[in-house]
Ligand binder design. Structure first.
Ligand code: PLP
Length: 429
């Protein structure tokens, strides 16, 4: 089938997400390898976003493909009430890399349902209902996950699931309180304490937040924030759930972004980098302490494809690749190179209001005016995206933020080449 036939059939029968289908003109992609993919015309693109911050080990890694094939030959599917070696090994591999005593793993199909199940388990454990989450947050598109999210993606599908309460973000560049770190004395964390008091602690099951915020801001909280949130949770019998769907698996230079802090959550939710999209898988890692109580209760959670053997086999192989190729260290090292280069770009391009980065996860906050921090207009962002793509660089632009999140296997030369393309494209706006 040629590219035009693919597009014609696609338009006739496929529904694409997060877009106006009438106006979409999708790229027809033929193949991919490592940090590159190629369209049907043979044009090469450097993948600077790892396809929705997902393919941390790069495209078509032979070890993961081999593991999937071997599992398919042996056992494609079995009911989640059974045990399989793939599932046991995958759970052990996750327990080995998560902090603290997060040794109990509930498998899902992706990030949204990982969060849904974490929230249900928090309600079952605490016997309380409300969930606190940040205003700048995205925890998934399913009804429960989008209900706790506070993002332009929520209002169009409301009313959602009741019980979500939102609090202001620990976002220093655009501090909602107009304060500056460190003289602010972490006012943003005290605001969470006040929110807990006003909502009444005995109605709140959990606080869910990304350890570092991805799509809705691309920023890390200020030092001490996560530790203070941990204390607030402990003082009020509230569970702390860290959503690491986007920032987990080495993206920020640690296995999990929470490991940049001294806080240990009660649950970590993950997906994306767990199997890097080769096959779908998500998971909730739960502490031994929480599970000690939950073990004796009937668990009202379940999915037909829970702990899918093929996905679990892929997860074991994927975690093996991170370890064998030292990808967490590569993310940390090249993250420093990346941050220093984009910081230098600020001297050249006044359109860059702020740069933020942690490991191979960075963003340029683009503004019309540095003093007012007015976000760059949508048409300019779209023009920038078109220019980048024409130059063979594929990345995400979300709101006024240009995102950089290449596969963790990227070399310094490939990284610098991508940054050269961004540098030149910024000159055009
Ligand atoms: C932080 C975060 N949580 C949850 C999700 C939802 O994951 P999924 O799309 O796999 O359901 C996403 C997706 O981008 C995410 O970034």
């Amino acid at each position: 089938m040629n590219a035009q036939e693919t597009k014609t059939l696609d338009k006739r029968h496929n529904i694409h997400s997060w877009t106006v289908n009438d106006t979409l003109d999708p790229l027809v992609v033929e193949r991919a390898e490592g940090v590159y993919f190629w369209d049907a015309a043979g044009k090469q693109y450097l993948d600077f976003s790892s396809q929705l911050v997902n393919m941390n080990i790069g495209h078509q890694h032979p070890k993961v493909i081999e593991a999937i094939k071997a599992q398919v030959d042996k056992l494609c599917y079995i009911s989640p009430s059974m045990a399989t070696s793939a599932r046991s090994k995958a759970a052990q591999a996750i327990a080995n890399i998560t902090p603290g005593d997060l040794n109990q793993i509930f498998f899902t199909l992706g990030g949204s349902d990982a969060n849904e199940n974490a929230l249900k388990l928090a309600r079952l454990y605490t016997g309380k209902q409300k969930i606190l989450a940040k205003w700048r947050s995205y925890h998934g598109a399913s009804m429960g996950a989008i209900s706790v999210s506070a993002d332009p993606r929520r209002p169009p599908v409301e009313p959602g699931v009741p019980g979500a309460v939102h609090f202001m973000d620990p976002f220093c560049y655009r501090c909602p309180f107009g304060l500056e770190y460190p003289s602010c004395n972490l006012h943003c964390a005290e605001h969470v304490k006040q929110t807990v008091e006003m909502e009444s602690a005995d109605t709140i099951a959990a606080i869910i937040l990304e350890s570092q915020t991805g799509g809705p801001g691309f920023y890390a909280p200020p030092p001490g924030y996560m530790e203070r949130i941990r204390e607030i949770c402990d003082e009020n019998n509230i569970l702390l759930i860290c959503d690491e769907v986007m920032v987990g698996f080495g993206r920020t230079g640690e296995w999990f972004a929470i490991q940049h802090t001294d806080a240990v959550p009660d649950m970590i939710t993950m997906a994306k980098g767990l199997t890097c999209g080769y096959v779908p898988l998500g998971a909730v890692a739960i502490s031994d302490k929480i599970m000690e109580t939950l073990r004796s209760k009937y668990l009202f959670v379940g999915l037909t494809f829970n702990a899918h053997p093929v996905s679990c086999a892929a997860a074991v192989a994927t975690i093996g690749v991170y370890e064998d190729e030292d990808l967490i260290a590569n993310s940390k090292h090249l993250g420093e190179v990346l941050l220093s280069r984009i910081t230098a770009l600020m001297d050249k391009h006044s359109v860059i209001g702020d740069v933020r980065g942690s490991g191979l996860f960075a963003c340029l906050d683009l503004v019309a005016d540095r003093d007012t921090k007015t976000p760059l207009a949508a048409d300019k962002m779209q023009a920038l995206k078109t220019t980048l793509l024409a130059q063979g660089l594929s990345t995400n632009l979300i709101g006024n933020r240009l995102f950089i999140g290449p596969p963790l296997i990227i070399t310094e030369e490939q990284l610098q080449h991508g940054l050269d393309i961004i540098d030149a494209a910024l000159t055009t706006i």
